[in-house]
Design a binder for this molecule. Structure first.
Ligand code: MG
Ligand code: FE
Length: 176
């Protein structure tokens, strides 16, 4: 660990807070993505990409945890629980909608961009305090978030059109 990092440096404390926020965000991402993947029946490409990102997300949570541990800090279980409950609410809300596949992909794209912003902030903060290991870890995670955001953006038109095609086909389920 670099000499710039000491327990009573207010900047490091802020970095640790942001790492805890990121950990809570990843916990929320995992439950949200798991709910989505479980419910998808007729959109196998989206389901497979979400399942890939669930595995990435689980690893991201561990990577963020490793950054907290190097600072001798733990993640906040209370915040994680809040995140999980929020994700559950969102997923349940989704079940009520006939267009849940489209809304889910839309919300997924929004969430990935929230993650991108969070890791950009963490990278800048880690650099500012000289925590180059955290910077490296967050840069690695950022690549996966950007790839997921780009995939969702690219596939939103096809998901939308597939949904509409199914909607127009008698006897075919379109919502998920
Ligand atoms: Mg993530
Ligand atoms: Fe993500």
């Amino acid at each position: 660990m670099q000499s710039a990092q000491t327990g009573n440096d207010a900047r490091v404390e802020r970095l640790i807070e942001w790492l805890r926020d990121a950990h809570a965000m990843e916990a929320q991402a995992e439950s949200m993505l798991s709910r989505q993947a479980e419910r998808i029946e007729h959109y196998p490409e989206l389901k497979a990409r979400i399942e890939q990102h669930i595995r990435e997300t689980q690893n991201q949570a561990k990577l963020v945890e490793s950054c907290l541990r190097r600072h001798d800090a733990s993640y906040s279980g209370i915040k994680d629980l809040g995140g999980k409950m929020m994700a559950m609410g969102q997923a349940m809300g989704g079940m009520m909608m006939g267009d849940e596949i489209v809304k889910g992909a839309q919300m997924g794209y929004v969430f990935e961009n929230l993650e991108i912003a969070s890791y950009e902030i963490l990278i800048a903060a880690a650099e500012a305090v000289g925590d180059l290991e955290t910077k490296k870890v967050c840069e690695q995670i950022l690549v996966e978030e950007e790839a997921m955001a780009a995939w969702l953006r690219e596939h939103l038109p096809k998901i939308t059109q597939d949904h509409l095609t199914r909607l127009a086909t008698p006897g075919v389920e379109a919502k998920r």
